[in-house]
Design a binder for this molecule. Structure first.
Ligand SMILES: [Zn+2]
Ligand SMILES: [Zn+2]
Length: 353
């Protein structure tokens, strides 16, 4: 497969700028422009990006939708995959020529209670690719060597890109949900995340019911292993899932508070609701009485660790998962954002650099 050939030539020392998509203003489109190459700091690597996925978080970043905002100008992208072409001082974790993924968790302190207990994703000192540090929407990117994850041989970089956020986030959500064989798992939202959540829930032994508003997405869900599908624009997903006995776990991936409320309502007694999506509208209304009497667990799940991402790549290399994506040139970044927002993209857009 030519797509997984690894280039081992170090970067041209005369390279002074490279092409990247930059957010200058939360209310203006991104501009694709030349940005300066920076001197690497200790522990950093320079990566020649091959593929970079477009996540809904990039869109929220570009629009400044969330309470904690990035500071323009910045380069979005936390599904960048590419080849290490330069090592900063003291880097021993990776070598020139390694293919690596640059996930949302771009840096963590490594020594706080969260970091040392395997919850580096909760580190208060963390920096996030494409948000607080420049991300993967460019021909090159600077990353911290300790927080990149090697992509195994045999995993196509265009598959690795969506796995780097959409994959690891839903893989972790299924872990946090505690899915066991025969559990009914309701997946709300079938896009870039949902199409992978369905597969991880099935790998864990769950029977999956997928909920979306668009029939083509539900068809994809069915092809990827969802036993049941519900079009929430045509029938009430709460009633439909309760008719199946109620969900043992519901995973909320749609950026709509209404979908979170429906996911809650779809649970059986003792069920678990996992919050994953981050709607710009940050409020949801859930009943206290039913939560207490029905013994409901509600848990938030944020991306996944390096270990989780290694496991995601291992499953993919073993042929256990399928990534649905389409590739586009980086120049189409603004049209691609519009298409994702309008629900016109079945799963994931991956920019080819
Ligand atoms: Zn993401
Ligand atoms: Zn830490």
């Amino acid at each position: 497969m030519s797509t997984i050939a690894v280039e081992t030539t170090p970067v041209d020392p005369s390279l002074s700028t490279y092409r990247a998509a930059v957010v200058h203003d939360f209310h203006a489109p991104l501009t694709v422009e030349q940005v300066p190459r920076r001197q690497l700091e200790p522990g950093q690597v320079f990566v020649k990006v091959e593929a970079s996925g477009l996540c809904h978080t990039d869109i929220h970043a570009a629009h400044g939708d969330w309470p904690v905002k990035p500071s323009p100008p910045f380069i979005p992208g936390h599904e960048g995959v590419g080849i290490v072409v330069e090592l900063g001082p003291g880097v021993g974790e990776v070598a020139i020529g390694d293919r690596v993924a640059m996930p949302w968790l771009g840096y963590a302190c490594g020594t706080c209670d969260h970091c040392v207990s395997g919850w580096e994703t909760l580190c208060l000192e963390q920096k996030n690719m494409g948000y607080s540090i420049d991300g993967g929407f460019g021909e090159y990117a600077v990353a911290h060597a300790r927080y990149v994850v090697k992509v195994p041989a045999g995993v196509d970089p265009f598959d690795a890109a969506p796995l780097t956020c959409a994959g690891v986030t839903t893989y972790k959500a299924v872990k946090v949900a505690g899915t066991r064989s025969s559990d009914l798992v309701a997946v709300f939202g079938v896009g870039g995340l949902g199409h992978l959540a369905i597969q991880y829930a099935a790998i864990a032994g769950g029977r999956v019911v997928a909920v979306d508003l668009i029939d083509e997405k539900l068809q994809l869900a069915h092809e990827l292993g969802a036993e049941f599908t519900v079009n929430a624009s045509k029938e009430d997903p709460v009633q439909a899932i309760q008719a199946l006995g109620g969900a043992d776990q519901a995973i909320a991936l749609a950026v709509s508070p209404r979908a979170f409320e429906q996911a809650y309502g779809s649970l059986r007694r003792g069920g678990t609701l996992v919050f994953v999506a981050l709607p710009a509208d940050n409020q949801v209304t859930l009943p206290i009485f039913e939560t207490v009497l029905n013994g409901i667990t509600i848990v938030g799940s944020i991306v996944g660790t390096r270990t989780d991402l290694r496991e995601v790549f291992e499953l993919h290399a073993a042929g256990k998962t399928h990534v649905t994506r389409e590739t586009r040139p980086l120049e189409q970044v603004n049209e691609s954002i519009a298409d994702v927002e309008a629900g016109r993209v079945t799963a994931r857009i991956v920019f080819e650099l």
